[in-house]
Design a protein around this ligand. Structure first.
Ligand SMILES: [Cu+2]
Length: 204
């Protein structure tokens, strides 16, 4: 009887404590901070297509989502031209053109993959199992060029033509931010993120 009373009174408190803990954990994981600004890409036509990403959140790992990321082949182009994904993500390639396409990569980090040749309305997939900045080419159309960068956190963005980028849901802290561009040398900077933080960069 006594034991039962203890269980009845303690249980709801434990449950509330548990829910509070879960809520704090979720808030900590998502983060309320953001990072935005511009990347000036020198020596290229526009400041588009730079990937800005957070290299790590200390003590945290990020499992990839189950939904595939997508890069299409449309009007003899890779769309989008530049795609960041979290390591472990599968990318699906849909051919929307009336001609066949191929995708291969000359880069070691993909094992120099070659997905073969496929026709309109069909897809092929590839899973990026490690950090990798790869060029994608089509052996039927030498002018086709796309890039996929597999990065270790889900905190990434691609710059628009004006160089602007925005990354949401970050935790506060001193974060290593890396910037990658298909034609320019990558850089990294440490940024003190607290709340809505602005940071601009220049790629020489
Ligand atoms: Cu092609």
């Amino acid at each position: 009887m006594k034991g039962r009373t203890i269980v009845m009174t303690r249980h709801p408190i434990a449950r509330v404590a548990f829910l509070v803990a879960v809520a704090s954990l979720a808030a900590g994981l998502a983060g309320a901070a953001s990072l935005s600004g511009t990347v000036r890409c020198k020596g290229v036509a526009t400041s588009a297509d730079a990937i800005v990403y957070v290299a790590e959140i200390p003590g945290k790992t990020f499992p990839p989502g189950k939904e595939p990321a997508k890069m299409g082949q449309t009007h003899l182009r890779f769309v989008p031209r530049v795609l960041p994904v979290l390591v472990g993500t599968t990318v699906e390639f849909l051919n929307s053109d009336a001609v066949n396409h191929n995708i291969f990569s000359p880069d070691k980090c993909t094992g120099r993959m070659n997905l073969g040749t496929w026709s309109q309305g069909q897809t092929r997939s590839y899973t990026f199992k490690q950090e990798c900045a790869t060029t994608l080419l089509c052996n039927l159309h030498p002018e086709m060029e796309g890039w996929i960068v597999a990065v270790p956190t889900p905190y990434f963005a691609v710059t628009g033509a004006d160089g602007s980028y925005r990354i949401n849901d970050l935790p506060d802290g001193s974060l290593t931010v890396k910037i990658w561009h298909p034609k320019l040398k990558a850089i990294q900077k440490t940024v003190a993120v607290q709340g809505a933080t602005e940071a601009s960069f220049e790629l020489p």
